[in-house]
Design a protein around this ligand. Structure first.
Ligand SMILES: [Zn+2]
Length: 303
């Protein structure tokens, strides 16, 4: 089935849990408003650590079954957000978690960091041409914070954005589709500083994260778009908690396996990098300025 009218949002992420931390409120809000929300996750996060001691045997250096477990966590998180369309790039396990920058796993055959960008992008081109999103959300060129899988997710998403619109490229993957607006995930510095101070004061965790631990941090003026997801904060917290091997949620903060507290933001921030901004600054809606009710011009010649 090819969608032709209505709002459609595509998010591209590296590992299960990144979507809930970065965009959980956005995803819950648009899903609740009836938009089609599609998540593509590029790896199973096989290289992650595990918070619960009783599940420590799942890790790559022991049973190496964390990937399958994290599919279950992602499924539960999507249930919490009300998102039904979530997929893995090229299918589950097609690309393996590459580990943090500089570790030997970066060189392992089959890891996402070693993937050919054009080949990986074609899996996403097929999704773009099927779903026909008006809006794409992914990371900046540094993947937000330098993780190889996040950098690669950025490269693959931006390449797919180009290739999906090119009528000469792989016509068998579907009719060409131009995504109207592309956003990168952002965190304004002043918001982060205030949030970290509040987290430190709350002291729900033994320590507090540093700004460098948080992805996508930029000067406030770089942010173009502010998504108020306050009404969906509970859903976001539930989705994050569903990634129980990776995240501990405690009140208005959370921690990863380093047990350092971070603020759990119900408002999420973006930078528009392709397409026309809607009226007002900052934008308050990723679809601002788009007519998403009219049939698309190419509707007549698609499947
Ligand atoms: Zn990640």
């Amino acid at each position: 089935m090819t969608a032709t009218t209505g709002r459609r949002l595509l998010l591209v992420h590296a590992h299960p849990d990144d979507e809930s931390i970065g965009n959980g409120a956005t995803m819950a809000r648009y899903a609740a408003e009836g938009a089609r929300v599609t998540l593509v996750t590029c790896t199973l996060g096989e290289g992650g650590e595990v918070i619960q001691p009783e599940l420590a045997h799942l890790t790559a250096d022991r049973d190496d079954t964390l990937g399958a477990h994290r599919i279950g966590e992602l499924t539960e998180a999507m249930r919490a957000l009300g998102v039904t369309d979530f997929r893995f790039l090229g299918g589950p396990g097609r690309y393996r978690d590459s580990g943090m920058m500089g570790v030997p796993d970066n060189d392992a055959p089959g890891c996402f960091w070693q993937a050919d960008v054009d080949e990986a992008a074609d899996h996403l081109v097929a999704v773009v041409r099927e779903v026909r999103p008006q809006v794409l959300v992914t990371y900046d060129e540094n993947g937000g914070y330098g993780h190889p899988d996040h950098i690669q997710a950025h490269r693959v998403a931006m390449r797919a954005y180009e290739l999906a619109a090119d009528p000469a490229h792989r016509p068998e993957l579907g009719a060409p589709w131009r995504i109207a607006k592309v956003y990168w995930n952002r965190m304004p510095r002043s918001v982060l500083d205030a949030g970290l101070a509040a987290t430190a004061a709350e002291a729900a965790f033994p320590g507090t994260a540093q700004p460098a631990d948080v992805p996508g941090v930029v000067a406030d003026e770089v942010v173009t778009t502010v998504l108020d997801g306050t009404a969906h904060a509970g859903r976001k917290a539930a989705a994050m908690a569903a990634h129980a091997t990776q995240i501990t949620v405690n009140g208005s903060s959370f921690a990863l396996s380093n047990h350092l507290g971070q603020p759990l933001f119900a408002t999420e921030y973006y930078q528009l990098v392709h397409g026309q901004a809607g009226p007002g600054r900052p934008e308050r809606d990723l679809f601002a300025g788009l007519d998403t009710t009219a049939p698309t011009p190419s509707e007549g010649n698609t499947r």
